[in-house]
Design a protein around this ligand. Structure first.
Ligand code: PEP
Length: 264
């Protein structure tokens, strides 16, 4: 089963509009050297105020697919209403998003997002014609206690609860060990692959083998140009969710270029 790799940049709470525009231009000018089928799926997730400034790049009347897609970093599951500070899936779609990141460990930790909320978000994203990028991952304490697999599999089962096999098949999961995010310390590629494979088995139990063959599972946590080739060479790692190294066009573009060398 060949799955098109995804390289996704999570800009987090960084870059004002002029800076976001400059970074977007640096990435899009690099992408202009390639056709869409040569590229991995490239996704960028800017802050909400920059969503209308960056945009997806659709080429050849859409017949070749998109060269660049835009993602929201969060969403609410309700359509509209009295939810101060939130943004709906319909609004993200209207702003040009194809993907939405949900369940990032920073949202779970600082904004008390629960598995139940993440499941509601996943359903709302899919109902609005977008694709959820569902983050999961263990803390250092959980890893040291040997509970990584139990913890991550419970996050995945909860996130996918009630989704059809077709919905699961088009979703994306990002395995991001919390201790590797923003620390410069990437998870060993074989170990990251082992956990991604374990996640794929859980997906198969929840939604069947066709969904588990199709779903794309990314690794995230201090991915850099120097780590991506080894990570992308592994059987069950279908791409990367990148924080720090996505904030500079040079490093993000180098990650895309190296991904193409290994697997497109
Ligand atoms: C992230 O925030 O999703 C992430 C993986 O960050 P970094 O690449 O900086 O570790």
């Amino acid at each position: 089963m060949s799955r098109k790799p995804i390289i996704a940049g999570n800009w987090k709470m960084n870059l004002c509009r002029s800076e976001a525009k400059a970074l977007f231009e640096g990435i899009s000018s690099f992408l202009s050297n390639y056709t869409a089928p040569q590229l991995p799926t490239v996704v960028i997730a800017p802050v909400f105020t920059s969503l209308c400034q960056v945009h997806s790049i659709d080429c050849s009347c859409g017949c070749e697919g998109k060269k660049l897609s835009v993602a929201g970093q969060n969403c609410h599951w309700e359509k509209s209403g009295a939810f101060t500070g939130e943004i709906s899936c319909e609004m993200l779609k209207d702003a040009g998003c194809d993907y939405v990141i949900i369940g990032h460990s920073e949202r779970r930790q600082y904004f008390s997002e629960t598995d139940e909320m993440i499941n509601k978000k996943a359903k709302a994203i899919l109902a609005n014609g977008m694709i959820p990028i569902i983050c999961c991952g263990e803390s250092l304490e959980q890893r040291e206690a040997g509970s990584t697999d139990a913890w991550v599999s419970s996050q995945i089962r909860a996130a996918l609860d009630g989704l059809s096999s077709e919905e699961v098949a088009k979703s994306v999961i990002a395995y991001e060990p919390i201790w590797a995010i923003g620390t410069g310390k990437s998870c060993d590629a074989d170990e990251a692959n082992r956990v991604c494979k374990m996640i794929r088995n859980v997906v198969s139990e929840c939604a069947g083998s066709s969904a588990s063959d199709s779903i794309r599972i990314l690794y995230g946590g201090s991915v850099k140009p120097s780590t991506i080739e080894e990570q992308m060479s592994k059987s069950d790692i279908d791409g990367a969710l990148i924080g720090g190294a996505s904030l500079k066009a040079d490093s993000f573009n180098e990650i895309i270029e190296k991904t193409m060398k290994v697997c497109v």
